[in-house]
Design a binder for this molecule. Structure first.
Ligand code: BJW
Ligand code: ZN
Length: 262
């Protein structure tokens, strides 16, 4: 094959064109899994952590530092300040066409699993049910002492302090999985089981560098699923995907249910 032919062949599966094969599989699939990351919320105005050559920084601290188990131990009020700031931004944002399309898919397939790394709650705001939240939720808090979970909107924040548990008075923390922490019990295992059972797996808006979430596409592929990535940039999992749709989730996902655009 000439280099130009190789390039054309590669482009055939790495652009925003939705193939006939994918349309047919989407039409016939019974077991579908979608894994999402920060990019699915980008068109709602939520900043991503990585991508476009940037990484998130807050008050001069990289997010791996401020969103870490170490910071929780060193300075809990600073962690609350960071999460309160982000909730303030999120409160004003709405689901975008990608969240809406994914929420509609849950009633289209016999078995549908939505696994998200996002803590923003925008899938649920679009109507998604039974979302597997690998990294928790920014809208909840958890007690260090008794483990009780509370909605953040019900908590009282004193200036510069951290809120107290209604049940035991202990210190609360964001119910979010920070770097170096374990995922909620069973969350990854549940997602991996669903990945083993799916025949069509979408990997949407994730840089696929954070583990164990980044293993989900591999688990699905190893079990024989057709794996499709939707992302404007290539990622470490692009190579194992059957199709890479290069573009924005909010533009590509709604088109899957529509008739071919030619
Ligand atoms: C668009 C778009 C559009 C833009 N449409 N797309 C092996 C080696 C070394 C370390 C580890 C390892 N295995 C595990 C670890 C440790 C660590 C890890 O993975 N580190 C790697 C970075 C190397 N993992 C953990 O610590 C995890 N825990 C764990 O493994 O426990 C066991 C253990 C404990 C201790 C030691 C070892 C093992 C927990 C991970 C928790 C991650 N938490 C965060 C922060 C949450 C809190 C907060 O929000 O502050 O979760 S990190 C951050 O990254 C956040 C995200 O959920 C996560 C993933 O990011 P995501 O979603 O992929 O977003 P981005 O920004 O990276 O990418 C956006 C993408 O969208 C880009 O590709 C864009 O192109 C694309 N995009 N616009 C579609 N319109
Ligand atoms: Zn408590």
């Amino acid at each position: 094959m000439l280099p130009s032919e190789v390039l054309r062949a590669t482009q055939a599966i790495t652009n925003e064109f939705i193939s006939e094969e994918l349309r047919a599989r989407f039409h016939e699939a019974k077991n579908v899994l979608v894994l999402t990351g920060a990019g699915v919320s980008a068109e709602s105005g939520v900043p991503t952590f990585r991508g476009g050559g940037n990484t998130a920084v807050w008050k001069g601290m990289p997010f791996e530092v401020i969103s870490s188990a170490g910071m929780l131990a060193r300075d809990l009020p600073a962690v609350w300040e960071w999460f309160n700031y982000r909730r303030g931004l999120l409160e004003k944002l709405k689901p975008n066409p990608a969240h809406v399309a994914i929420a509609q898919w849950q009633d289209r397939f016999r078995n549908f699993a939505l696994v998200t790394q996002n803590i923003d709650g925008l899938h649920q705001a679009a109507g998604a049910r039974n979302v597997i939240e690998l990294h928790g939720s920014i809208w909840r808090a958890r007690c260090f002492d008794c483990g009780a979970v509370h909605y953040v909107c019900e908590l009282k924040f004193e200036d510069g302090g951290s809120p107290a548990c209604f049940d035991c008075g202990g210190h609360l923390r964001p119910d979010v999985v920070l770097f170096g922490e374990m995922l909620p019990t069973g969350a990854y295992e549940n997602a991996a089981l669903q990945a083993q059972d799916c025949e069509l797996c979408f990997v949407v808006g994730t840089s696929a560098v954070v583990y164990p979430a980044a293993l989900i596409p591999e688990v699905a592929r190893a079990a024989g699923a057709y794996v499709v990535e939707v992302n404007p940039e290539r990622t470490p999992v692009s190579g194992l995907c059957d199709e890479v749709l290069t573009g924005k989730a909010g533009e590509i996902l709604p088109r899957l249910c529509q008739k071919p655009d030619r």
